[in-house]
Design a protein around this ligand. Structure first.
Ligand code: UT7
Length: 356
């Protein structure tokens, strides 16, 4: 029997900004500690972009690496999908900025915003675009510069290692107000090239995507809204409302329930068992969530790799970054059966099943 046409990842690439920031550095500008951050989240360090470096540029670097890895040139790409919740501008999106930066033809670009699930949604969209017959080569990018959310003032110089003079108590106290979120995120980019292959067992097998706007408040940014006039006020900036808010416990509980279920769903759809999975690549928001998903699925720890300790939560960049590392270190070798899963603001969540 002839095998169906498949969407195959033929190249991957990543990019990191230059500033490696340890937990101890953050502890110099707010009331937090390496011990709290490690114990509660598993994070040991993250990378931050300095001013002037945005997610479009970071995403472009990852995209160029992925295109090279696929043995292609920018002019070979037919369509771009750019997933980010931290674009350079509200408008235009990062797609055309990347297109100009890396010298793509005038191909269409889609900007998507499913936050931590951006890569999963992008993979599904790319697969649909390929299977529609309209496109053969999709560039899918996930990139974030969360550092733009950080409300620090003098603290930035300390965080970036430009000064050892800690901020005054007033700033430390202000920085502490958002510590439950600011210590969790990092900046990064990951990209993959997805190509149509007429035959072969490798490729995307199944996806399951879900959204639930009923819990949109669990992880949202209240300030900067086109519902109000003007779209951001001085009072909102002063109240810290331009920093996302999160009901951490609620999101945590939801994540450890819905991600394993989504993985079970895609496996059932494909008629494979959980035991047959070689790898489960889980969105890296918290090491305790990743371990929770692993235990719920009854898998050994080695099948659920993590890199959150080195990067923090990098939202849409997380899954392509982890996937790239697993290709590099041989965990995602030829024939490996991989489930991707993510959950984040929206809520959006889901899973994808992929054969290397
Ligand atoms: O990618 C999007 C999806 N996001 C997630 O999946 C995140 C899900 N949630 C989580 O990962 C966890 O809920 C957090 C890591 C955000 C928080 O962990 P937690 O164990 O739920 O802590 P908590 O929010 O209950 O806070 C415990 C204590 C509080 O102090 P009190 O009230 O017990 O005195 C916080 O004020 O820890 C305090 N705290 C901190 N202390 C030191 C909060 N943030 C910090 C901090 N440093 N950075």
């Amino acid at each position: 029997m002839a095998l169906p046409m498949r969407s195959v990842i033929t190249g991957s690439g990543i990019a990191l900004p230059q500033h490696l920031v340890t937990n101890d550095r953050l502890a110099r500008i707010m009331d937090t500690s390496d011990e709290w951050i490690r114990t509660r989240s598993g994070i040991e360090q993250r990378y931050f972009a300095g001013p002037g470096l945005g997610s479009a540029e970071l995403g472009s670097m990852a995209a160029e690496a992925a295109i090279r890895d696929a043995g292609l040139k920018p002019e070979d790409i037919d369509v771009v999908i750019f997933a980010t919740m931290t674009p350079d501008h509200v408008l235009p999106g990062n797609g055309p900025l990347l297109q100009k930066r890396i010298g793509l033809r005038n191909v269409p670009t889609f900007d998507i915003r499913q936050q931590c699930s951006g890569f999963l949604y992008g993979l599904d969209l790319g697969d649909s675009l390929i299977k529609s017959g309209k496109f053969e080569r999709v560039l899918l990018v996930g990139a974030e510069t969360h550092s733009g959310f950080m409300p620090w003032d003098q603290g930035w110089r300390v965080v970036l290692g430009l000064s050892d003079d800690e901020p005054d108590e007033a700033e430390k106290s202000w920085n502490t107000q958002s510590r439950d979120r600011t210590v969790l995120f990092g900046d990064a980019a990951g990209a993959v090239v997805v190509e149509r292959r007429e035959q072969g067992a490798a490729g995307l097998l199944r996806t399951r995507l879900y959204s639930d706007g009923g819990v949109a408040d669990a992880l949202t940014m209240r300030g900067a809204s086109f519902k109000q006039r003007p779209f951001v006020t001085k009072e909102q900036i002063a109240a810290g409302e331009t920093i996302p808010v999160m009901n951490g416990r609620e999101v945590f509980k939801t994540a450890v329930t819905l991600m394993p279920q989504a993985v079970r769903d895609v496996c059932a759809d494909e008629g494979v068992t959980i035991e047959e999975l070689d790898l489960v690549l889980v969105h890296q928001a918290n090491l305790r969530i990743i371990e929770g998903v692993q235990k719920q699925l009854g898998l050994p720890a080695g099948k659920v790799p993590h890199n959150i300790e080195r990067y923090g939560n990098t939202t849409a960049a997380t899954l392509p970054l982890l996937f790239h590392e697993c290709r590099q270190n041989g965990l995602a070798g030829p024939g490996a059966l991989i489930a991707f899963t993510a959950l984040g603001s929206g809520l959006h969540w889901g899973a994808a099943l992929y054969r290397m």
